[in-house]
Write a protein that binds this ligand. Structure first.
Ligand code: GLY
Ligand code: MN
Ligand code: MN
Length: 393
């Protein structure tokens, strides 16, 4: 599944406007990584590459060439078909398909890349995505091309793309909304399994089955099902313990739709009823989440929202007798209130203070973690910033 071709065309247009004249930009979808002698890890294409092309196949290169007049052309380079390999792993993307998904007219085979770029090697600037992992970074064995590219001044594409990806289009918000709708439904449907004796992995497996059955691409990140004190480990993914009566279970999970992530957390009593203290703590987290949702609005600074969350937690936990007056609440609340959400669960963002603006999609996820009481409570929802506040997705 992919978003519409016009989405990728528009993204490339916005990027092109920000490139220097007389420049080259090169992005790579990524190469497969061997996991064992005869199997690779599941392939995941570079998200910046996907955002500009809609293509999620390995070994595809995207090149932008902007001449000294500011005229720009885009080219894709794909692998040629290998009939023998096709019998084992299926067909690769063709030139016609690559063009149809991306809207890029010039699609060639990768063996033509050195010459195609070499011809433009007089470019002054060369843009790469500095933050892409090594296996998603462009490399060439071609000596002539290496020599030519070495003469360029190297620039980073990442800050430009991070700023673009931070503000979502209605189409992206729609994909996140669908991911969340499936995630939410998955949580509703898995409630019947929340009882003493069920193993954490049974809940995780049910969720993963459910989201695929509903037509999503699968999970957006490793599903967290954390019973009892396991929930004090924020990204607990081993999911191997049994659920016990009297404890809570924290679920942090999300489906992925068209590349976009859902990210929801809920906390339930394993035998259906919380103890008085569990309920008091739960209500504190719930109240803080409601107050923070009202505080998410254009102009709010994420760092200040985090300080406000800590103040609210400290005040409420002291009042309820869970923390002494002068306690540093970071003993019980030790993560951020939220993060941008998009193609990455912790989505890209430009460096520096994050100031909320319309079109950003953010999580709101306060949590309390009391190891001595053997519990962690997190409630997480995702919001889109609007002109006057935010809307829960
Ligand atoms: N699911 C990871 C997070 O909420 O940050
Ligand atoms: Mn999150
Ligand atoms: Mn989460």
């Amino acid at each position: 599944m992919a978003l519409s071709q016009s989405f990728y065309i528009e993204n490339r247009k916005k990027l092109a406007e920000q490139l220097e004249n007389n420049s080259l930009a090169i992005l790579f979808s990524g190469r497969e990584i061997a996991m064992t002698e005869d199997a690779n890890y599941p392939f995941f294409a570079n998200n910046n590459f996907y955002y500009l092309t809609g293509i999620r196949e390995p070994e595809v290169v995207l090149v932008a060439i902007k001449d000294h007049h500011g005229d720009l052309s885009w080219q894709l380079f794909i692998e040629a078909a290998d009939p023998l390999k096709e019998k084992w792993v299926g067909k690769k993307i063709t030139c016609v398909e690559a063009k149809a998904v991306s809207g890029i007219d010039e699609v060639s085979y990768i063996k033509e890349l050195p010459q195609a770029i070499g011809l433009k090697s007089s470019s002054q600037f060369l843009y790469f995505d500095f933050k892409s992992p090594q296996h998603q970074s462009f490399k060439t064995e071609d000596q002539e091309l290496q020599k030519a590219l070495k003469q360029c001044e190297i620039k980073d594409l990442h800050p430009i793309l991070a700023a673009m990806r931070l503000i979502k289009t209605p189409e992206e918000i729609c994909a996140i909304t669908r991911a969340n709708a499936i995630t939410r439904q998955g949580i509703e449907e898995m409630k019947f399994l929340i009882k003493p004796g069920t193993y954490e992995y049974e809940l995780a497996a049910f969720f993963e089955y459910f989201v695929k059955k509903k037509g999503s691409e699968g999970v957006a990140f490793e599903t967290i099902v954390a019973a009892g004190k396991n929930a004090t480990v924020l990204h607990y993914v081993s999911n191997r313990c049994p659920l016990k009566a009297g404890e809570l279970v924290l679920l942090d999970l999300g489906a992925r739709v068209e590349g976009y992530c859902g990210d929801i957390s809920r906390t339930f009593a394993i035998n259906g009823e919380m103890t008085t203290d569990q309920e008091k703590l739960y209500r504190i987290v719930d109240a803080v989440q409601q107050e923070m949702i009202s505080a998410y609005r254009p102009g709010a600074v994420l760092k200040e929202l985090q300080n406000l969350t800590k103040e609210l937690f400290l005040e409420k936990c002291c009042r309820a007798g869970f923390a002494p007056e002068n306690n540093d609440i970071t003993e019980f609340y030790y993560h951020g209130i939220g993060h941008p959400l998009g193609l990455d669960t912790h989505d890209v963002r430009p460096a520096g203070d994050l100031i909320l603006a319309p079109g950003m999609v953010m999580t709101v996820e306060p949590g309390l973690y009391l190891e001595k009481r053997g519990l962690g409570i997190r409630i997480e929802d995702d919001v889109v910033i609007t002109d006057s506040g935010c809307e829960v997705l």
